[in-house]
Design a protein around this ligand. Structure first.
Ligand SMILES: O=C(CO)[C@@H](O)[C@H](O)COP(=O)(O)O
Length: 226
């Protein structure tokens, strides 16, 4: 039996002219968190939105806000994102030469701390900090854009990470982000994920509410496709 995922639809795929509507939909749906993708045009080749949008969304959102910083020098901005209402702040391993300090900085703000790794980054690199983390975000596409194809090798990384965490009795949640949808969600959960981020598969679907419902009831999904 596959466990029910925590589901975090990504606002990046919503209609930016009607963010209020998207937030309301998340609050009224079975989704657990709202995922917010902040991009700076330096760490990733795209610019999305910053703390002003996060703050406005935070004012109306009732569910936890999961903020994924795809930015260089995140230490300069985490305080502002915490003030803007983030419940979890995730920084990238590849953007943090002083990762241990960055994690402590986030926790000192009273916010849950996450670290994301790009598809080419080995999970073993997180071993020295794994016990300090609330969340590990395994990128299953190269970050920067929604609507990309899930990278199959991510499944091995999730399994490896689950093993490392088990060996160290670490409690972080494993979140998987990029190309996640009804066709592969069960397989990703079976590999050991806890949280699924879903952008296009939710907001690009005909009935986002119904898609969220289906993603939450994984027992009914096929596990053969990736
Ligand atoms: O961080 C990112 C992209 O860099 C993701 O959160 C995407 O927003 C996921 O989008 P889909 O692949 O689900 O469309």
């Amino acid at each position: 039996m596959i466990k029910e995922p925590l589901l975090a639809p990504s606002l990046l795929a919503a209609d930016f002219l009607h963010l209020n509507k998207a937030v309301k939909l998340i609050d009224e749906s079975e989704a657990d968190w709202l995922h917010m993708d902040v991009m700076d045009g330096r760490f990733v080749p795209n610019i999305s939105f910053g703390m002003m949008v996060v703050e406005q969304v935070g004012k109306v959102l009732e569910k936890p806000m999961d903020v994924h910083l795809m930015i260089e020098e995140p230490e300069k901005y985490v305080t502002q994102f915490a003030k803007a209402g983030a419940d979890t702040i995730t920084v990238h391993y590849e953007a943090c030469p002083h990762l241990h300090r960055n994690i402590q900085q986030i926790k000192d703000l009273g916010v849950k701390a996450g670290v994301a790794i790009n598809p080419h980054t080995p999970v073993a690199l997180l071993e020295p900090v794994i016990e300090d983390l609330d969340l590990v975000l395994v990128m299953s596409v190269n970050p920067g854009f929604g609507g990309q194809k899930f990278i199959f090798e991510t499944l091995y990384k999730i399994r490896q990470l689950r093993q490392i965490m088990q060996d160290r009795n670490a409690k972080a949640l494993i979140e998987v982000d990029g190309g996640v949808g009804l066709q592969n969600a069960a397989k990703i959960m079976e590999a050991g994920a806890d949280v699924l981020v879903a952008g296009s598969s939710v907001f690009g679907s005909e009935d986002p509410m119904e898609t969220i419902k289906k993603l939450k009831s994984l027992g009914n999904l096929p596990v053969y496709e990736v």
